[in-house]
Design a protein around this ligand. Structure first.
Ligand code: AHR
Length: 496
């Protein structure tokens, strides 16, 4: 089969905000404990931080990490997580039915972000708590000294402010499962008032308000409109969350989930711009897709979990090859909306629905690690407007293209990268592109991830079962690119 890519060097979608390659660490399962922190482990440094995990995170290049939740945050008392460890309370954690010891807290996380070369995106509790605590925690984190909470931070060992620049105003407040779930109006009001005070304390911060937990929520659309009507002048980004699963074992439908993600983004952009028009505002609200991934493999297992224990194996999806293809397509979808999606977090980073897994004896890469790493490494610069002429197939999400692709140029470093997924399970595609505007470039490499078995996984014993290879057959003659996108494959074609 054949596909043709049309692109123009001068017609741009928008600049890639590197924060779209963000991720997420929640106090959930073994994300924190045994994931990034495990004193006594042979890979742990003097502070108990796992260096093997940090090494893999640096390989990806993760610019921001959302913390500490998730559902966890909606009953979290940030004060529990600071001060002498032996004085920190052990709490019942109703969101995930476990016990939280608070042994790892805010200071430990901020130290970890430095070692992992990332930044913190901090979520506050707007479920069981409110404006007062929002005010206190930002004073603790971002004010230098001579106030109650800033001096408390200094007494706890951090002389310099943490200077956290990006804050989430709660988590999934539209969901009845959320502790302190609210109506759109109730949430819009509290988000506005909490955010207003936070910006009075530190005007340099940016704020993300909760949008819908997924596009299927009964309140979807109206929720966004109402929240924005109440908080438009205060907030900067509206969040989106979505997870997909291959519950029916229908791979073509599953791979078409990126069509759904694309519709979701376009719909939220429309609501943001509708409220902008109604308010006659000049301000543009952009999007923070701060939870996205495949999540379903561990659902049944998690139903059997014993309650009120400490950091059990929870949400430990073992990702297969087809999951990596969808993650690749979701990354392409985010990039294609680079003009409005400025932040995104692959949920999550370690052990919990994550690209990185750990055991007591090591850390390894799940299948989804690869598209995430490739996009973060090579998908920086400016997204070009491109069209791919490709056959499509019918799916439960509507018409789905067999080939998903996006083109990113980096004028400064003189590189062009084409990311492409072939969702056809049987047929290879010949890809051609007229790139005469880049005729003096050469093919640097064509990285390919493909496998005969859609259900193939990586394990600690067999960590390279699904791993990328280099393909040498891509040709670039006088600006004419011809390449092969094998059936069921993720491809990164790099020119420079
Ligand atoms: O990432 C796992 C959970 O999914 C998060 O805690 C919650 O926000 C979402 O429902």
């Amino acid at each position: 089969k054949k596909a043709t890519l049309y692109v123009d060097r001068n017609i741009e979608v928008g600049e890639v905000d590197k924060r779209i390659y963000g991720s997420f660490i929640e106090h959930l399962g073994r994300a924190v404990y045994e994931g990034i922190y495990q004193p006594g482990n042979k890979f742990a440094d003097k502070d108990g931080l796992r260096e093997d995990t940090i090494k893999l995170i640096k390989e990806i290049g993760v610019p921001i990490v959302r913390y500490p939740g998730g559902n966890f945050v909606s009953d979290f008392h940030w004060e529990d997580s600071v001060g002498p460890v032996d004085k920190r309370p052990h709490r019942i954690e109703p969101a995930w039915g476990v016990i939280e010891t608070n042994e790892f807290g805010l200071h430990e996380f901020m130290d970890w972000t430095k070692k992992a070369q990332t930044e913190c995106m901090y979520a506050i509790n707007l479920g069981t708590r409110g404006i007062e605590d929002a005010k206190n925690v930002i004073e603790y984190c971002n004010i230098e000294k001579n106030t109650l909470y800033s001096d408390m931070r200094r007494a706890n060992g951090a002389k310099d402010p943490f200077n956290i620049k990006l804050w989430c105003l709660g988590n999934e407040m539209d969901g009845p499962w959320q502790m302190g779930h609210k109506t759109a109006y109730e949430y819009g009001r509290i988000a506005n008032e909490a955010g207003k005070l936070m910006k009075w304390i530190d005007p340099s911060i940016e704020l993300v308000a909760c949008g819908s937990s997924n596009m299927g929520m009964p309140t979807f659309g109206k929720w966004e409109a109402t929240v924005l009507e109440e908080s438009y002048d205060t907030i900067d980004y509206l969040s989106l969350h979505t997870y997909y699963g291959n519950h029916e074992n229908n791979t073509p439908d599953f791979l078409a989930s990126s069509v759904d993600m694309d519709k979701f983004i376009s719909a939220v952009v429309s609501v943001c711009d509708y409220v902008k028009a109604v308010k006659k505002s000049n301000k543009k609200i952009n999007l923070s897709f701060d939870e996205w991934n495949v999540w379903y493999h561990s659902n049944e297992q998690d139903k059997k979990l014993e309650k009120w224990i400490e950091h059990p194996h929870q949400l430990e999806d073992i990702y297969n090859f087809e999951d990596a293809l969808l993650v690749g397509s979701m990354l392409i979808t985010l990039l294609r909306h680079a003009d409005r999606v400025k932040i995104a977090c692959l949920a999550q980073l370690v052990n919990v629905i994550a690209p990185i897994m750990t055991s007591d004896t090591g850390a390894w890469k799940q299948t989804i690690f690869y598209p995430y790493m490739h996009a973060s490494q090579f998908g920086r610069g400016t997204v070009l407007t491109s069209v791919v002429k490709t056959p499509t197939y019918e799916s439960k999400h509507g018409d789905a293209p067999y080939i998903d692709s996006v083109v990113v140029k980096d004028e400064e470093n003189e590189t062009v990268t084409i990311f492409a997924v072939n969702k056809d399970l049987e047929n290879d595609f010949e890809l051609s592109a007229d790139l005469r505007q880049f005729a003096d470039y050469k093919v640097v490499e064509h990285i390919m991830l493909t496998h005969d078995d859609l259900k193939a996984v990586n394990t600690e014993e067999n960590p390279d079962n699904v791993a990328p290879v280099n393909y040498n057959g891509t040709k670039f003659d006088n600006g004419a690119l011809t390449s092969l996108l094998p059936a069921r494959s993720w491809n990164v074609i790099r020119l420079a």
